[in-house]
Design a protein around this ligand. Structure first.
Ligand code: SAM
Length: 276
């Protein structure tokens, strides 16, 4: 295989080391530089593949000098960008480098492969015709509810990356905000303990509060039922109207009752709207 000069964004496995494409292996062999998130992680993969290669640490906090140097190298040679697992740029470094290369007129190529988003979606049994991937939910409870309120109006399956210690709290917030929307927890994909657990957010919140899950997780929320989506879309308008004559607490109570929503989530949104 021959490769022309440029920046190659290379997907690597998300667990099972056999999930790397033939072209990715050939490209890594051909690369003059492999830009990596963590040289220990990628070093293991390269060792497994029997490839000895110069690695250069790169992430989006790297300075412009490092970025320019990689772009310059890609102008006259083959530069690979990989992250610790899956597809670079998907909740991983690389955006600024790709942008800089494109702005400089240096060709950027994809060597596609695994990503936890698509792997989870493809087996979770929830609708996949329209989905929105939103990275990690915020850590803080208030910001998390606000994000959920904002995304709740979208008629699509929602996909998040999640961590075991936060999963039960996130599921509880989802139950509070969205009620009975179907949820799937996809865990340890392509690894020994791969599993997909489905249910309502409340059911799964109780399950994972009892036993914190180990390993890596993708959290998927099915789309809102048509009528619910329309109503959720109207919540902001109704809240704004109610806030003209009521306190945030009273408005939240009234609107939560009217739309069948959890009062705390509506109250969080009411205080936000009031502050605006
Ligand atoms: N760029 C990667 C990709 O394309 O999937 C994602 C990187 S992001 C920093 C890491 C997160 O992806 C993990 O915290 C987890 O939520 C999810 N993830 C990665 N590998 C996974 C796996 N094997 N099973 C389930 N989720 C996984």
């Amino acid at each position: 295989m021959t490769f022309e000069s440029g920046l190659y964004v290379v997907a690597t496995p998300i667990g099972n080391l056999a999930d790397i494409s033939h072209r990715a292996i050939e490209l890594l062999k051909a690369a003059e530089i492999v830009a990596v998130e963590d040289s220990r992680v990628t070093g293991k993969l390269l060792h497994h593949l029997g490839i000895k290669k110069k690695m250069r640490r790169y992430n989006d906090h790297s300075g412009g000098v490092e970025r320019d140097s990689l772009v310059a190298a890609a102008r006259g040679g083959v530069v690979a960008l990989v992250s610790d697992a899956g597809t670079p740029l998907i909740s991983d470094p690389g955006y600024k480098l790709v942008r800089a290369a494109r702005d400089a007129g240096v060709p950027v190529f994809t060597i596609p492969g695994a990503s936890a988003v698509t792997a989870a979606l493809s087996i979770c049994g929830l609708p996949t015709d329209r989905f929105l991937f939103a990275g990690f939910l915020p850590n803080k409870a208030k910001a998390r509810v606000e994000t959920l309120m904002e995304l709740g109006q979208i008629k699509a399956t929602l996909v998040f990356y999640e961590a075991g210690p936060r999963l039960a709290a996130s599921l509880a917030a989802i139950a509070d905000t969205y009620g009975d929307r179907e949820v799937a927890v996809a865990r340890e994909l392509t690894k020994k303990f791969e599993e997909v657990v489905t249910g309502t957010a409340a059911e799964l919140a109780a399950r994972y509060a009892e036993q914190e899950p180990k390993g890596e997780i993708v959290l998927i929320i099915g789309p809102p039922a048509d009528d619910v989506a329309t109503e959720t879309g109207d919540v902001d308008a109704a809240l704004k109207e109610a806030l003209e004559t009521m306190s945030a607490a009273k408005a939240a109570g009234a609107i939560a009752k009217r739309f069948g929503l959890e009062r705390n989530a509506v109250y969080a949104r009411a205080t936000e709207l009031k502050a605006q």
